[in-house]
Write a protein that binds this ligand. Structure first.
Ligand SMILES: [Zn+2]
Length: 414
């Protein structure tokens, strides 16, 4: 992509109303544009990041035999009345049509996915069944001011699993947990799992996946030797206590941000929508359901909160909008211009995703500042000084190296 053609350039000044790092940097670097509080447009660079995060999630979901579907975000009121969500969920967005029909905007999709499977499963042999989607969700937040961390509209992966026994749910939960931790690791995040009760409406357990970051809204106690993690507000434990789970390490304290969750829904939704199947002993049973969320746009915000310095963003490899940022210096010189263009074309032909700063009338200092702000992991420079080599620099290091094109390509695929 030629930077001169890119829609959504860097801004000289951060937005005045930005109170969080992710809002400030993502806007200034040309990734997002706030439409109103909690609602954002993703510009070309931002959409590439969002798509990359979704790709990682999708790859891992498919590996555990979850099947992707796409459900509507506009839901009939009737389904939400069946589950009592219409009156019980205060963050549910409600709409009225011109014929006075009422609708909800999806904040979770049990009200759609449960009736969807009705009639499509009839015995335990049809289970487990795991369906997921990656789509927009809506929450009527009273205050939405943490950039893309907590939006009124946000991009999310939600998976729903159906099981004939509690044991099978537990078995699948363990698989989902490992998969979640793998997803976060691929995206450069360390996540811990907290266990909490279902929040008063049910005795069922829910799990939260918390990423350790100073920008997090939760304070947690966690163990370095195992997954153990609790929210400090509810825990009787304190910093320095021995881990209650593995008893190997003392608990540490950190700030954290929730990036995923799992709910054991029990039989609630299958009872609400009257779904029965034939169980292993021939009796009629209601299946057990689990719900598993990952905030895709939220992860993008958390990554920026965690990976930044005074000059801008530092994207992890799997999330970055482009693999390399090629900067041409002195492009008013015909020889340098053609050499930089050739480098760009050759790297593209080697399947390197590359953002090419081809602007002629911009100073080197400004180009380097933009490259740091945008935060692609590798910066390449072609100039009069570089001769037949390319200057290679990683975003998080000071050191530069002079490499041949082949050596640059090799670096991408390590
Ligand atoms: Zn432990």
């Amino acid at each position: 992509m030629k930077y001169s053609k890119l829609f959504g350039k860097t801004l000289r000044q951060p937005p005045k109303d930005a109170t969080t790092v992710n809002h400030r940097l993502l806007t200034q670097a040309g990734y997002v544009e706030q439409l109103m509080a909690g609602v954002y447009t993703y510009l070309p660079l931002g959409l590439r990041v969002l798509t990359n995060i979704a790709r990682v999630v999708r790859e891992e979901m498919n590996l555990i035999d979850a099947q992707e579907i796409l459900m509507p975000t506009l839901h009939p009121k009737a389904n939400w009345e069946i589950t009592k969500g219409w009156s019980n969920i205060d963050v549910l967005f409600k709409l009225k049509s011109r014929t006075d029909k009422e609708y909800a905007l999806g904040q979770s999709e049990e009200e759609v996915v449960t009736p969807l499977v009705k009639g499509r499963i009839s015995t335990y042999k049809d289970l487990p069944l795991c369906l997921y989607q990656i789509h927009w969700k809506y929450r009527d937040e009273l205050r939405a001011k943490s950039g893309i961390l907590r939006g009124r509209e946000f991009f999310m992966k939600d998976l729903y699993s159906f099981h004939d026994t509690q044991e099978d749910f537990q078995r699948f939960y363990e698989i989902a947990k490992k998969t979640y931790l793998k997803i976060f690791k691929r995206l450069g995040l360390t996540a811990k799992v907290t266990e909490a009760s279902g929040g008063g409406f049910s005795e069922k357990i829910s799990y939260e996946f918390i990423v350790l970051t100073d920008a997090g809204e939760d304070t947690i106690l966690y163990c370095d030797s195992c997954d153990f993690c609790v929210n400090v507000d509810i825990a009787k434990l304190k910093l320095g206590d021995l881990c209650a789970s593995c008893k190997k390490s003392k608990l540490k304290q950190a700030k954290g941000s929730e990036v995923g969750n799992v709910f054991d829904l029990g039989q609630k939704y299958c009872k609400d929508f009257d779904i029965t199947i034939t169980g292993r002993d021939g009796e009629k049973i209601h299946p057990i359901m689990g719900c598993y969320g990952i905030g895709i746009s939220r992860i993008m915000g958390v990554i920026v909160e965690k990976y930044n310095d005074k000059n801008g963003i530092l994207w992890p490899k799997e999330a970055t909008p482009y693999q390399m940022h090629l900067v041409g210096i002195g492009l008013d010189n015909k020889d340098i211009l053609s050499k930089t263009h050739e480098t760009y074309r050759k790297l593209q032909n080697k399947n390197v995703e590359i953002l090419y700063d081809d602007r002629v009338d911009v100073s080197p200092g400004e180009k380097f500042a933009d490259a740091d702000l945008i935060g692609i992991p590798v910066r390449l420079v072609v100039s009069k000084k570089t001769g037949d080599k390319i200057e290679y620099k990683e975003r998080d290091k000071e050191k530069t190296e002079m490499l041949s094109l082949e050596e640059v390509v090799k670096k991408v695929h390590v």
